[in-house]
Design a protein around this ligand. Structure first.
Ligand code: F3S
Length: 288
């Protein structure tokens, strides 16, 4: 049985950078506290937990002598200020792609323009971005919510980094009907999600079974599962190798593997090795 990895999988640039920044702080002997879970992967959080990283939900929980980490989603300027006041050190691991959206929003607000961000209003990234354009920004999910907006003043339209391009452009087109002013549309969608989905889609038609490694509450992993299932009905979302059922691999000659943007390499390697061992196994369960 051959185990084939998709061309793009696992940690995106922003998550990898955030984990590296935390590891650097740990190497300096700092007490590291992340505001919100650093990444949506229980296994990686447990590994970091063993090294002393803990998660807090409010800046007020930070103590003197501690290092506060801002995760890749970013935070509002108010929250950042609060962390800076309380913590001895702040590690700002906001993904640079998110920082770009924050800066665009802040600049437009300074010019007294409206800012429309297409995304999920409750997502931490959106809460952070909105904080950069107080009184000027609206976060809407899609074109169906455009009708609720007021008349817009020289609007800037940007996107949550992980949404679908079609949602963004359809919403931007609808927004043009809400103003007589010029509309500035800046596509701020990050390609990491799309790249992983396209690579998974390309592999799914060539394999007999597909394993997507990722957290069950990681939305990009759940989307990867849906993409793989379209072409490979035996597609499974797993968090660890213990969830692999050998019977699902009966008769399989080729097995595909991909992983969500929060899945660390060490976990992917462990699961790939496990699958390769099953493939080498002569057990009757694997015979067609
Ligand atoms: Fe950044 Fe894109 Fe990842 S915005 S956190 S590289 S999904």
């Amino acid at each position: 049985m051959q185990v084939l990895l998709a061309d793009e999988y696992g940690f995106c640039f922003g998550v990898e950078r955030a984990v590296e920044m935390v590891e650097e702080a740990l190497e300096q002997g700092e007490t590291v506290r992340s505001l919100g879970p650093l990444i949506h992967n229980d296994q990686e959080m447990q590994r970091l937990g063993k090294h002393g990283v803990t998660t807090i939900s409010e800046p007020v929980q930070i103590g003197r002598g501690e290092t506060a980490v801002i995760r890749a989603h970013g935070v509002t300027p108010d929250v950042q200020r609060e962390l800076e006041e309380k913590a001895t050190k702040v590690v700002d691991a906001t993904c640079p792609f998110v920082t770009r959206v924050q800066k665009l929003a802040a600049r437009a607000a300074d010019q007294n323009r409206h800012v429309i961000v297409v995304g999920s209003p409750d997502h931490p990234e959106m809460i952070g971005v909105k904080g950069y354009a107080p009184d000027h920004a609206f976060v809407i999910r899609d074109e169906t919510e455009v009708a609720n907006l007021p008349r817009l003043r020289n609007p800037l339209v940007v996107a949550q980094t992980t949404i679908k391009a079609k949602t963004f452009f359809d919403t931007a087109a609808a927004i043009r009907l809400k103003t007589d002013d010029e509309v500035q549309v800046v596509n701020t969608i990050c390609s990491a999600t799309r790249d992983r989905q396209e690579a998974a889609r390309a592999l799914a038609g060539m394999v007999d079974a597909f394993y997507i490694i990722g957290g069950r509450h990681s939305s990009n992993s759940v989307k990867l599962l849906a993409v793989c299932k379209e072409q490979c009905p035996k597609s499974y979302l797993i968090e660890t190798e213990e969830e692999i059922n050998d019977a699902d691999l009966t008769g399989a000659e080729r097995v595909g593997v991909t992983a969500g943007a929060s899945t660390p390499d060490w976990l992917i390697e462990k699961i790939v090795k496990h699958l390769e061992n099953i493939g080498r196994d002569d057990s009757p369960g694997l015979r067609p």
